[in-house]
Design a binder for this molecule. Structure first.
Ligand SMILES: *Cc1c(COP(=O)(O)O)cnc(C)c1O
Length: 465
């Protein structure tokens, strides 16, 4: 398989190069030059396959010829050995309303980013080993991404990871999930500033070419194609699980920030998973729901909410969907993206909107609505939702088209990751799962640095030796 950039001016690459490149050199995102046909998971050869074999079958076309099927199988097996549920991403009914949960929180950091990042750690290490290179991953985090990236990189021979978090501005659980990982290649920095300062710092590090080359700077952020690819798998396996009992298409509701997760649902549908509806759930950062309602994508400021991993201003992965809507005309799309960058607004037009709303619906919810959904689901079913998952469940109820089609709500975090929001809603503080139960007894290791680029650069050079 070959990959092309959505902006059309970057080299055409194979998977291994796309993995390490992240963003394309023309500022675009990499996508397959053609969508493959997904193997039929209900076929006699695959019907009995567990998550690991299904994952290998679904992803093999995307990584070929960079990675062989046998190499992929080894990596998939180690990646998901860290998950504490035997089904990896199980589907469970949510009461008797035809709603289901796809539980994506059984990985080391109890949030869905583990599903992609656990695999990415292996993919990076494999590709770097092949090339005889090392890389330094630098991540700015407001909470979730940092710990998922640390768990992906810990103990990998060819990777160092440096995570910048805003000092005193992440929750205790989130900070401890990062700072208690005792591995020589994991480096945490508390920056005396905000999350935006951390993010600006990472951008500045990438812009400093000599620094970038010296330390082999690389990223695992949510525009990396490999993350989308790894997420396609659970749409396919969830649909198969439900098809076994209902033999009809399946719908999905996805609490959405950067649009990576729900875009993976679109890829699953495009390549053969029987998906009837994709619901985009937003908090009050509702750029996507406004776009789906009007065809105008318009940036507003970021509002902090109780579902912080969805507090975004621009959903970067929408560029991959727009590329399709513009008939894969990279020139047209590049102009629209430049316009969006300059004016903070782009009108994608009625015809294209109709093509999106054929399958996508959106709904957005305030923090009060989110707490009310946590309460309602708990009272109806006894299930405790985290605030992100609650946004998706509320959206599923609000815009579900056909009550006869099962609706799968993606559960993107374990409720114990956001105990304050859950406690506000139902007065119960959910407990951490067993593998994190001693989190508050573990020793923290991190350095505190001023909000100063040269101090951070010197520190990174020092810690990676
Ligand atoms: C990152 C995240 C999301 C949003 O996922 P996107 O791929 O950015 O749309 C939703 N919920 C949780 C818990 C997350 O960590």
């Amino acid at each position: 398989m070959k990959y092309v950039s959505t902006r059309g001016q970057a080299p055409v690459l194979e998977f291994g190069d796309v993995l390490l490149a992240g963003l394309a050199t023309d500022g675009g995102l990499y996508v397959p030059d053609e969508w493959p046909t997904q193997p039929d998971l209900t076929s006699p050869e695959l019907a009995g396959a567990g998550y690991l074999e299904a994952a290998v079958a679904v992803m093999a076309p995307y990584v070929s010829p960079s990675i062989s099927v046998d190499e992929l199988r080894v990596m998939v097996t180690s990646a998901y050995s860290t998950f504490t549920h035997p089904d990896v991403c199980p589907v469970t009914p949510l009461g008797d309303s035809g709603l289901h949960m796809l539980e994506l929180f059984w990985g080391p950091t109890i949030a869905f980013k583990d599903v992609a990042l656990q695999l990415l750690g292996h993919l990076f290490d494999h590709e770097l080993t092949k090339r005889g290179e090392r890389a330094t991953i630098v991540v700015a985090t407001s909470g979730d991404t940092g710990s998922a990236a640390i768990e992906a990189c810990r103990g990998k021979d060819h990777l160092d990871i440096v995570v910048l978090h805003p000092a005193g501005r992440v929750s205790d659980v989130q900070r401890r999930q990062m700072t208690t990982v005792d591995e020589p290649n994991v480096h945490n920095v508390a920056v005396e500033g905000t999350f935006d300062d951390c993010q600006d710092m990472v951008k500045a590090l990438f812009a400093d070419v000599s620094f970038r080359n010296d330390v082999g700077l690389s990223a695992m952020n949510s525009i990396n194609w490999a993350r989308v690819m790894a997420q396609v798998v659970y749409y396919a396996t969830a649909a198969r699980t439900l098809e076994a009992s209902v033999t009809s298409p399946v719908s999905f509701s996805v609490p959405t920030g950067n649009f990576g997760n729900v875009f993976a649902g679109w890829v699953a549908r495009t390549t053969g998973t029987p998906v009837s509806q994709l619901v985009v759930g937003s908090n009050s950062n509702d750029i996507l729901t406004r776009w789906l309602a009007t065809g105008v994508m318009e940036q507003h400021g970021v509002h902090p909410t109780i579902s912080p991993s969805m507090d975004i201003q621009v959903s970067s992965n929408t560029e991959r969907l727009l590329f399709e809507l513009y008939g894969r005309n990279a020139g047209d799309l590049a102009e629209r993206m430049t316009e969006f960058r300059a004016e903070g607004r782009v009108d994608t037009g009625d015809t294209r909107l109709a093509a999106v709303t054929e399958v996508f619906d959106g709904a957005s919810f305030s923090d009060d609505d989110t707490r009310a959904e946590i309460r309602r689901t708990y009272e109806d079913t006894g299930v405790i939702l985290d605030p992100h998952t609650a946004v998706g469940v509320a959206a599923a109820r609000a815009v579900r088209r056909d009550p006869d089609v099962p609706m799968v709500c993606l559960a993107t975090a374990h409720p114990a990751k956001f105990p304050d929001a859950v406690e506000q809603a139902i007065g119960i503080r959910p407990e951490l799962p067993e593998h994190l139960a001693d989190l508050f007894d573990r020793t923290e290791r991190f350095d505190t640095l001023p909000n100063d680029l040269s101090a951070v650069e010197a520190h990174v050079r020092r810690v990676i030796g």
